[in-house]
Design a protein around this ligand. Structure first.
Ligand code: FIX
Ligand code: ZN
Length: 443
């Protein structure tokens, strides 16, 4: 027992101040986004840049307004007889943005999280949201250069590194990598190999692999297995993936026997993906619970989330104890079981409040529960930003909620007589916003 009183002990007010400062000042590594650097092209007109219609770097007010979260909300305000999703998607981007602006910001108050996020973003960029002047905002964005704007956004959001999601089965993205292997060499971004079709629809994925020169058969067996591994090695190397990732539907089950609906996908995981991840010593991320196309005409806005099978996650962590897994689940009901599973498996890193969970009330509830079960050994949040500027609001809102949770946890500690110090608060916040992710990548 040390009898020495801790000299740097903080009182309640100082604890609140220290938590707030630590959260504000700690740069974030955003471990899952759908953002890209300008080398992937941009369809958005800025100062001095070329427009690339299929470009992947999205930014600016029209992209913010046409985020698929807001498209879903738009269709709560229009009758099918007035506007169909097809007609909406047939409009040009500016007209889509104007309609969303009118219906969700002018005709009713923008109190949803996604709508409020647009306003926080504009405000933090220094624009006057009180003006409600969409044309004025457009003018301001038109004066930015895509490249310089990334630095500006990262500075305002205090994000030090952006992790991409590199969908190798998407022809547009794949062809860009093949045309110029250096497009990923932007020190602000890191790459992640995203391979949904390999697990979710092996036959279709194998057909593509054959087109690309890998002799994968229609059934995952024999020499085709080595070809799938060769494909994975080539792409992990080409894009310098820091981890590999999949998004799985709620009915996904890990079927050890290789039989049943998910038998083949489970074998691809067991015999190709996880061994190759081990060879490269990189984690595998599983995002489970998204049901695609619940309302197909809405496209990305028509996906939904349901409960997943946490037992499968536990079985995977047990069977592949040499692999490391990032896991996030889409249903609120799964969160407690997932945190309990993480208590059992050190190779399971719980991360983020994904998609429909990325709302203040739910982030708060999930983060409190995770602190209580896991201490500081999880990654509380990722942004899932699709439009660069969203980094600003997603991290601003999340930091505000993390403050509420963390300060309560340190006040609870202080109430036990434990000496809470600013240095230790900073250490913990660093771990949760950055270090836990970096550490897990290293293994
Ligand atoms: O699968 C994913 O990575 C999802 O995050 C996205 O596909 C989804 O559309 C999204 O943007 C959620 O925030
Ligand atoms: Zn995502």
């Amino acid at each position: 027992m040390s009898g020495k009183k801790h000299k740097k002990r903080l009182d309640k007010k100082q604890i609140k101040g220290a938590v707030s400062r630590a959260l504000r000042e700690q740069p974030v590594i955003d471990m899952h986004t759908h953002l890209y650097p300008p080398s992937f092209g941009t369809p958005v007109a800025g100062k001095g840049g070329d427009i690339d219609e299929g470009g992947l770097m999205l930014w600016g007010v029209d992209e913010l307004l046409t985020y698929h979260y807001l498209i879903a909300e738009l269709f709560r305000t229009v009758r099918p007889s007035e506007l169909t999703p097809d007609a909406f998607y047939g409009m040009d981007k500016r007209a889509q943005a104007e309609l969303i602006w009118k219906n969700l910001f002018i005709d009713r108050s923008p109190i949803s999280e996604a709508a409020r996020g647009v306003l926080t973003t504009l405000q933090k960029l220094g624009l006057d949201t009180g003006d409600r002047d969409l044309e004025g905002y457009r003018k301001w964005f038109g004066e930015q250069t895509a490249d310089g704007y990334i630095d500006k956004v990262m500075e305002i959001a205090n994000v030090s590194s952006i992790t991409m999601t590199n969908a190798v089965f998407d022809d547009n993205e794949r062809e860009r990598w093949l045309a110029d292997g250096s497009i990923g060499d932007d020190s602000r971004f890191t790459a992640v190999l995203r391979l949904d079709p390999l697990i979710c629809n092996y036959r279709e994925a194998a057909g593509k692999l054959r087109e690309w020169g890998y002799e994968a058969g229609d059934v995952f067996e024999g020499e085709g297995i080595e070809e799938v591994k060769r494909f994975l090695r080539d792409w992990i190397g080409r894009i310098k993936a820091i981890y590999a990732a999949v998004s799985l539907p709620p009915d996904f089950r890990y079927e050890e026997g290789g039989e049943g609906t998910w038998g083949e996908g489970s074998r691809v995981l067991r015999e190709a993906i996880l061994p190759v991840c081990r060879e490269f010593d990189i984690p595998f991320a599983m995002m489970i619970g998204s049901q695609r196309g619940v309302n197909p005409p809405l496209r990305d806005a028509g996906d939904m989330g349901f409960k997943a099978d946490v037992e499968s996650v536990a079985r995977i962590c047990r069977e592949f104890s040499e692999n490391r897994f990032f896991v996030t689940l889409l249903s609120r009901e799964n969160q407690h079981e997932l945190a309990v599973a993480a208590r059992k498996f050190g190779n399971l890193m719980v991360f983020g409040c994904w998609w429909f969970l990325n709302n203040p009330s739910i982030i708060e509830e999930m983060t409190r529960m995770r602190c209580e079960l896991l201490g500081t050994t999880f990654i509380p949040q990722h942004s899932d930003a699709r439009v660069l500027d969203q980094l600003i609001y997603k991290w601003d809102h999340s930091r505000g909620i993390l403050y509420e949770v963390f300060k309560d946890k340190y006040l609870d500690l202080a109430a036990t007589g434990w000496s809470v110090t600013e240095k230790e608060i900073r250490r913990d916040v660093e771990a949760m916003l950055s270090g836990n992710f970096r550490g897990f990548l290293k293994g």
